[in-house]
Design a protein around this ligand. Sequence first.
Ligand code: SF4
Ligand code: SF4
Length: 140
Amino acid sequence: MLFFTKTALGNLLRKYSTRMYPHVVREPFKDARGELYNEIDKCIFCMKCSKVCPSQCITVDNKAATWECDPFACVYCGVCVENCPVSCLHMKPAYRKAVYDREMIHMQGELKKKKAASAQKTAPELATAANPDDLGESPE
Ligand code: SF4
Ligand code: SF4
């Protein structure tokens, strides 16, 4: 009993060991694997990340240009990040927020061929707007 009282009083006077999370958030450690993030503009939808993922939580559709990850199935091993050929996958040193629903990380990209085609389509239009003489048109 005396031992317990001593411990209880000691705990009342001691500085807290815990934080009032989420109001007080600890700074993430260096190289912490907090959140998986895809720079979708760089992604080429090669599906390598989904093939190497040990928990099979990544789904890539290379026709619809979508990349999806189940953050609740991910074990944050970083294998997908290490194997991405264009280095568009990263681990952000951030805390995942508490959520009520199990939502997937869904990202919509653009197929590279489409991007190239739309760039070719807009290039002459831009040139016309900038200088019509460059296209051989004589001003009236
Ligand atoms: S490995 Fe990289 S480039 Fe390939 S689908 Fe995954 S995120 Fe995209
Ligand atoms: S970090 Fe690991 S478990 Fe999570 S998506 Fe990448 S390969 Fe899969």
